[in-house]
Design a protein around this ligand. Sequence first.
Ligand code: NAD
Length: 92
Amino acid sequence: MSIQAFPYKRALVTGGGGFVGSHLVEELLNLDVEVICLDNFSAGKKKNLSTFDTHPLLTVVKSDVTDFDHMSRFFKDVDVVFTRRYPKIPSV
Ligand SMILES: NC(=O)c1ccc[n+]([C@@H]2O[C@H](COP(=O)([O-])OP(=O)(O)OC[C@H]3O[C@@H](n4cnc5c(N)ncnc54)[C@H](O)[C@@H]3O)[C@@H](O)[C@H]2O)c1
């Protein structure tokens, strides 16, 4: 995908420390998208992000998707949110 085809500048990725999420984060950074990676690291590992965790466009936040008070601030000013189904959390 060329950067012209991806219209968003700031993205939030929940579960960004996981297998799928970390690859998505990497692809977004390659498109020069500013990424907030939110993960509770219950299953994901920070080492999944280790090759780009000092990238200037990446912010990694330890947070749980059920903690709305903490998480909601990271939704401000993002253009797009990538999330996934959380089978253990029926409402998410
Ligand atoms: N090919 C491979 O090398 C490989 C390696 C690992 C996994 N896989 C496959 O990938 C699939 C799973 O990948 P995935 O990325 O969907 O799962 P994952 O478990 O890797 O990622 C889910 C992420 O969501 C996070 N998370 C879970 N609950 C959360 C919550 N309440 N709040 C915030 N974050 C939360 C976890 O910590 C984790 O980082 C499976 O099919 C698995 O078999 C393949």
